[in-house]
Design a protein around this ligand. Structure first.
Ligand code: CP3
Length: 343
């Protein structure tokens, strides 16, 4: 059997056409997702319902034949499993009980207890491992410690992560203890995902871009490197994708410093820059701007071709530079795929 295209690209192979998947490919832009979510009730009930979570994971595979399926879950399930309450405000996004003092960090659950909450996620992966087409790669994921910490400290998303930077600068001990707890739990969480059938894991560091200078090394590079080392001790050769979003020049050398097999690029960097500075060291993923899934047309075709062309000389997994948005037109995703296959 020929190996799955995504796994080949992650090993550094240059394929005639890049394998494709899309961040948030199971999501509100798809009518079938909205229908299944309505059955589940709300978003978190969907995440914790293995049958329905597997169903929404499979929907974009059936519709588009993507080369990878990403587990349907959320990066905030892990911190929730550590104790803090999590809920979603309609139209606003996630809210979480805050963790900002050493007493609260020490009160977080021990890493061995997270699976009580997270076992439905592992069930979802087991269903997917059975049901996915043989050519589709199953991706598991978690948030990177910095990004997860921003939600735990601020209790919600924020543009500049000011509260997290403040804690980091004024109470280093508490902040480091929190990063440590998240890092250890993330290793256990991803390891269980692999045992349940994930063939690749991805770390989402959505807010890495707000870390500058030594902070980037200390809180984006080091925790990621530690998690990767620990995971590979348990699962030798496990392919790992990292996404230090909006890292800019800090994308350079990120794969070697962390041990990742592939770096996902956002769309603030050009594909040409990514090819010259990041892909020279190995596989990259990205980086079409998600807005083209809304606007479509000739611009979508032109920009899709430009991304394929820029990354043609090295290992590449085609993706967007960030998650597809709820206002995307499903037909534009089909047009993107058609364009990649004929580019
Ligand atoms: O990519 C996929 O299809 C897999 C599932 C997935 C979701 N979230 C489902 C989701 C993944 C990989 C994530 C990661 C995630 N979650 C990140 C990192 C990636 C990124 O986007 O930067 C972050 C920061 C979160 C936290 C989170 N979850 C936020 C800020 C929000 C609200 C914003 C929004 O889009 O509504 C969510 C909700 C969420 N996670 C949705 C989905 C499909 C929308 C929920 C719904 O159905 O209403």
């Amino acid at each position: 059997m020929t190996e799955k295209k995504i796994l080949r690209a992650l090993k550094g192979e240059i394929l005639p056409t890049p394998p494709i998947w899309v961040m948030r490919q199971a999501g509100r832009y798809l009518p079938e997702y909205r229908a299944t979510r309505a059955i589940a009730g709300d978003f978190l009930s969907l995440c914790y319902n293995p049958e329905l979570a597997a169903e929404v994971t499979l929907q974009p595979i059936r519709r588009y034949g993507f080369d990878a399926a990403i587990l349907f879950a959320d990066i905030l399930l892990l911190p929730q499993a550590l104790g803090p309450k999590l809920w979603f405000e309609t139209g606003e996004g996630p809210r979480m009980e805050t963790t900002t003092t050493m007493v609260q960090v020490k009160a977080l659950k021990s890493r061995s207890l997270i699976h009580e909450t997270l076992s439905p996620v592992y069930e979802t992966l087991k269903i997917l491992a059975r049901e996915l087409p043989r050519e589709t790669t199953l991706i598991g994921f978690a948030g990177a410690p910095w990004t997860v910490a921003t939600y735990m400290i601020a209790g919600q998303g924020s543009k500049d992560q000011a509260k997290t930077h403040a804690l980091k600068n004024t109470d280093r001990e508490t902040f480091l203890a929190l990063i440590d707890v998240i890092s250890n739990a993330t290793v256990d969480y991803l390891s269980e995902q692999v045992k349940a059938g994930a063939e690749v894991v991805k770390l989402f560091d959505s807010w890495a871009g707000s870390l500058k200078g030594a902070d980037f090394e200390d809180f984006a590079v080091k925790p990621t490197a530690r998690i990767i080392t620990a995971l590979r001790e348990r699962h030798p050769g496990l392919p790992i994708i990292v996404f230090p979003r909006e890292a800019g020049p800090n994308y350079i050398g990120f794969a070697q410093k962390t041990g990742a097999d592939c770096v996902a690029l956002d769309n603030l960097v050009t594909a040409e820059w990514g090819a010259a500075n990041v892909q020279k060291d190995g596989c990259v993923q990205g980086n079409l701007a998600p807005k083209h899934m809304v606007t479509g047309g000739k611009t979508l075709v032109r920009e899709t071709r430009a991304v394929v062309k820029a990354f043609r000389k090295g290992p590449h997994i085609f993706n967007l530079g960030h998650g597809i948005t709820p206002d995307a037109n499903p037909d534009n995703v089909a047009l993107m795929i058609e364009t990649i296959h004929s580019a």
